[in-house]
Design a protein around this ligand. Sequence first.
Ligand code: CP
Length: 343
Amino acid sequence: MRPETKTENRKAPTVIDSPPSENLQLDNNGRLRHFLSIDGLNRELLTEILDTAESFTGVSERTVKKVPLLRGKVITNLFFETSTRTRTTFELAAKRLSADVLSLNISASSTSKGETLLDTLRNLEAMHCDMFVVRHNDSGAANFIATHTAPHISVVNAGDGRHSHPTQAMLDMFTIRRHKQKFSGLKVAIVGDILHSRVARSQILALNTLGAEEVRVIAPKTLLPADVASLGVKVFYDLEQGIQDADVVIMLRLQRERMGSAMLPSEHEYFQLYGLTDERLEAAHPDAIVMHPGPINRGVEMDSQVADGPRSVILQQVSFGIAVRMAVMSMAMGTVTPGAAKR
Ligand code: CP
């Protein structure tokens, strides 16, 4: 993405004996400052997010579902693309941390009158916001905002183009760890539209960083990225071969909004080859769990018996998303003590 207006350099002034971190996401002490991508984050930091999220799961079960960690902070949700789960769970997570929350309705905002993204940001900065949670259909949008916003503001990526959806990947890792306890020894199969999926890219990075034994991708050739071999995955074109003995089966939605018409046969034909049914799931490990980031297209990537069946943990993913987003926001704002939430 390119800046829409000429801007001054608004990066934090550097301290002579403490050079700025090369990783935009981390401060000079290696602590989370923005959460833009899984890329560049190590196993310790990802584990700290999971452990911190674990400490927040009980908050949702209390009579008063709140902790004061972000009291007095202003969190602004900037969703330039549609969302059901991510937007609402970020909003709930911020409220459970006692923050003041603004959710800008972009289609009803002055963006439609021609106001640039940077001018919108400047106006929100003038309202003393502390964090932007951003979803955008352009890959790189969250990095762009983190680079151009005021130095005291943290940016959390809620999904940018086909690049990254890091909190989705972390709530998926949280769900897997809850069911399988550890990542070593796990075979995880990711099925479907890998090419257009920011979720798949983030999941692959997270699974490899956390030490999963084998990450597999299963898709027709037209829905795999050209660089798939460099992603650290085993590639399969046949669903039943790919999910053989898998401990975790993650189904993905066909991202019609990001693909041309020539990439696929009909949805019916896709389901015949890659749709998950109870019969096909028998090839996986008997204790395999089935996941999906949502929204599900029933009868396209999976049938309802699987989506609503005993192995599905799809709605647990949504619930755990609140605790994971609480963890990411409080870590990025520096309001949780490092290591306080160790398992
Ligand atoms: N998984 C996910 O990002 O869902 P939404 O698009 O509804 O937020």
